[in-house]
Design a protein around this ligand. Structure first.
Ligand code: ATP
Length: 237
């Protein structure tokens, strides 16, 4: 589904990602973890097409999207929820969602507005509210809803739990687990390994712009029990 090979990218001449290899199949929910500054957000922004690629390639469903502009990646099946959520604050929830619905029209229709409201009741209650008047948790849910309305094959989410109350985080993670039945793949960037391990079945651990370690399917418990590994890669205990 999503195959990243030898990906190098950074800021100007600065090289941050130094040859990332990632493979994600249909229905995979994969974590991307790593300490501050490991390069997680840089990878998300590169997958989104917001940073120029210095080397390597990104393939989605077999198609090379390495140099496809960001606004056209949705048509190839990729949706990215950035950390700052990027909603149009002066537009209502309904208007933000309508823009995504329009962009997703050329694709197989999996998510209707009714289904989105079923997944996120809080979004349904705020349809006519301007996005900049929503709480952080509500904005995050709208941002995910908008990504789903692009009818993607792969969704990349950059730290959706940041700054949110535990109950909201739990609601969002519950939705992610319900999406698994649709065969959609998810990459969840998450610094908190308690959240990452409960929401994903395997993970890539990044350090200094590389995939330094892979946590295989069913390998979360073993990783978390290994204090040396956890503190080496994540600085957490
Ligand atoms: P965090 O969990 O703190 O968000 P991260 O794993 O997402 O960390 P990145 O934000 O990708 O890490 O940062 C990776 C490296 O790239 C860091 O050394 C950072 O200083 C550098 N970096 C990030 N943004 C820029 C920028 N706009 N210009 C130059 N360097 C940057």
């Amino acid at each position: 589904m999503l195959n990243v090979k030898g990906l190098c990218a950074g800021y100007g001449a600065l090289k941050i990602l130094k040859g990332i290899d990632i493979d994600i199949g249909p229905g995979d929910i994969v974590g991307l973890v790593g300490a501050n500054g490991a390069g997680k957000t840089t990878l998300v922004r590169t997958l989104a097409g917001l940073l120029p690629v210095q080397g390597g390639e990104i393939r989605l469903g077999g198609k090379d999207i390495t140099r496809i502009p960001p606004q056209r990646r949705g048509a190839f099946g990729l949706a990215v929820v950035l950390e700052n959520r990027n909603l149009f604050g002066e537009l209502t929830v309904r208007e933000n969602l309508a823009l995504a619905e329009r962009n997703g029209r050329g694709r197989r229709q999996v998510f209707s507005l009714a289904r989105i409201i079923d997944l996120f009741p809080a979004v349904g209650e705020k349809l006519n509210v301007r996005c900049d008047l929503l709480s952080g948790g509500q904005q995050q849910q709208v941002a995910i809803a908008r990504a789903l309305l692009l009818q993607p094959d792969v969704v990349v989410m950059d730290e959706p739990s940041t700054g949110l109350a535990p109950k909201v985080v739990k609601d969002i993670l519950d939705v992610l687990s319900r999406l698994r039945v649709d065969g959609m793949s998810i990459i969840l960037v998450e610094q908190n390994i308690a959240i990452a391990s409960s929401a994903t079945s395997r993970a890539y651990v990044m350090a200094t712009g590389r995939v330094a370690h892979e946590i295989p399917e069913g390998g979360w418990a073993g990783f978390m029990a290994d204090e040396k590994l956890v503190s080496a890669y994540l600085g957490q205990h």
